[in-house]
Write a protein that binds this ligand. Structure first.
Ligand code: 5GP
Length: 194
């Protein structure tokens, strides 16, 4: 069991409606040492990819993305949630349905910060149905850049996102894959990974 899995068992809270709360160590209060370990692990896994940029989505992906970016010594770009209907031509746009808030957001990235020469590693805290990732992939491809890999801290393997993204042919690495969780018992079962 890796350090993230151990931490989920110790401090994660299983909520109804397939929500796992990790806000005491990952996405509200943040354990920076754990973030550093996560950054180092993604660096090891994608070391052969000549990554030029780390891409994530606000807000909870940003901290992890920064730890990863420090290891690769490249910038982080995060997609901003935008309420504006009149989006100008200087940005790439994608529509993303929020798993936790059940609403649709347009997310945007300035065209200045992503271009056709970029080799992108997409990072996020959770993978559920895959909407956030599909938005980030679509933006990367609009820029003519390449998605070299996708790193997820916690994949909920009982939801469809991981299957969709792997079937599309992307190299997806998740540090912890939760195959089952039960809000009443407070239990979490991880997929064994090699
Ligand atoms: P997806 O787009 O794959 O359906 O959901 C991924 C996004 O929703 C992530 O960026 C994450 O912020 C949020 N999310 C999905 N499931 C969970 C969860 O169980 N717990 C928390 N805290 N966030 C989640």
């Amino acid at each position: 069991m890796n350090c993230l899995e151990k931490r989920i068992l110790r401090d994660g809270v299983v909520k109804p409606n397939n929500v796992l709360k990790v806000d005491s160590f990952l996405n509200h209060q943040m354990d920076v040492q754990l973030l550093d370990e996560i950054g180092a692990e993604f660096h090891k896994r994608f070391a052969d990819c000549n990554i030029t940029k780390i891409l994530t989505i606000e807000a909870s992906g940003i901290a992890i993305a920064c730890s990863v970016a420090r290891c690769f010594n490249v910038p982080v770009v995060f997609a901003k949630k935008s309420k504006s209907i009149n989006i100008d031509g200087d940005v790439y746009v994608a529509e993303v349905e929020s798993f936790t808030h059940k609403c649709k957001n347009q997310v945007v990235i300035s065209k200045s910060f992503l271009n056709k020469d970029d080799r992108v590693l997409i990072i996020d805290d959770f993978l559920a149905n895959g909407c956030a990732l599909q938005g980030l992939i679509s933006i990367t491809e609009s820029a003519g850049a390449s998605v070299e890999g996708i790193g997820i801290a916690i994949e909920k393997g009982f939801q469809i996102g991981g299957t969709i993204i792997r079937n599309l042919g992307y190299r997806l690495e998740s540090l912890a894959i939760v195959d089952e969780m039960d809000a009443e018992k407070g239990s979490v079962r991880f997929r064994e990974q090699g």
